[in-house]
Ligand binder design. Sequence first.
Ligand SMILES: Cc1cc2nc3c(=O)[nH]c(=O)nc-3n(C[C@H](O)[C@H](O)[C@H](O)COP(=O)(O)OP(=O)(O)OC[C@H]3O[C@@H](n4cnc5c(N)ncnc54)[C@H](O)[C@@H]3O)c2cc1C
Length: 397
Amino acid sequence: MSSTQVPSIPDLIPRIREFVDHELIPLEPAFLKNAQALEPALHQLRGRVKELGLWGLALPADLGGHALRLTDFALVSEELGRTPIGHFVFGCQAPDIGNLELLHLHATAEQRTKFLEPLAAGLTRSCFAMTEPESAGSNPTALTTRAVREGDEYVINGHKWFASSADGASFAIIMAVTNPEAATHQRATMLIAPTDQPGWKFVRNISVMGEAHGGYFSHAEIRLENLRVPVANRLGAEGEGFKLAQQRLGPGRIHHCMRWIGLCARAQEELCRRAVAREISPGVKLADTQIAQMWIAENAADIACSRALALQVAARAEADGFKAAREDISIIKFQVAGALQRVLDRALQAHGALGMTDDTIIAWAFRHERAARIYDGPDEVHKLSVARQILKRFGRS
Ligand SMILES: Cc1cc2nc3c(=O)[nH]c(=O)nc-3n(C[C@H](O)[C@H](O)[C@H](O)COP(=O)(O)OP(=O)(O)OC[C@H]3O[C@@H](n4cnc5c(N)ncnc54)[C@H](O)[C@@H]3O)c2cc1C
């Protein structure tokens, strides 16, 4: 298949599944031992993905991608989500995919050449720096990072953390307050900052659930100390930061949900394999017990409901736009994150002590994806937003 042909989903899905099963899942033991050390091998595999014409499936055609529709990419994302390294090897990993979409919509010609094109080709990585340790991330209007204009530059001062993949990123998209006197949602602006500038102070990779990792698979704390960014690096207009953040998060939340469903499907596969193999008393396999059968049925229901709902919301967003689908996106964000926790917990329980080890992928998923109920908006924030929208229809202002 040439890279210009748009692949059909019935052709694509089995090819991706085969690649994931044969090229990626066998690398998981090495990934679990040292994710950063595996990165060079993952870059080589990216070359194979490009040769197969499978690179940049979600990227627009003018960036050499296949411009898959959201509903099609959702199915691809589920397949890639069966392994923690799937999205990275296929060049559609967070946070880069969100930054790519944002840059594609808003980058100037210069920003496109400098930042967007190398990112789309997989030559660079990026990060998104909005959350701060000293202010509530669930209420981003409380941001304290300041960018003050001096001539043709902004000077940024602030403290960020949980900037995923900042270690090794070439540039960051930073959310900073440019006009503290403006209305709350018009105070902030997005600025593209190369990370090789003296004002970009990398503090540490944060240890998350006992692992700090490094490179792509890490989350960093950063201090911005008189970081100078040319005005030409501003993304969109001054004061448009929140508008752009919403544009970034809408598709991102659907991508996350579909990736989580892939991970659920994988955990279910592992559970079933273990259940049919593990003898729990003479002649009785775990799979023969009604408890294990209940876990399997409950997982199947969680997965099927999550998939149906996420695909329905993706279709709505595609047809009517992300703004119209905002309430639905909030619903799947907390609903699928909850299903993910339940499925992973059942899979871990079914493995007994083995489930607690890094001899399977389940403990890694359990540790890392606890965060699904927090990042891109904690459960509570999405639930409150959904309830408010519903109550509005009953006359509550
Ligand atoms: C693994 C991971 C990766 C991340 N990656 C990034 C990234 O790349 N870039 C980035 O900028 N940020 C990132 N984040 C940060 C993430 O977006 C924030 O953690 C999130 O927005 C919540 O903000 P907070 O941590 O400050 O929690 P807080 O705002 O302090 O909230 C704490 C808790 O209070 C509850 N809560 C909050 N508001 C309400 C309310 N109104 N009513 C009731 N309860 C409420 C919720 O349970 C919430 O979990 C990441 C976080 C994690 C864990």
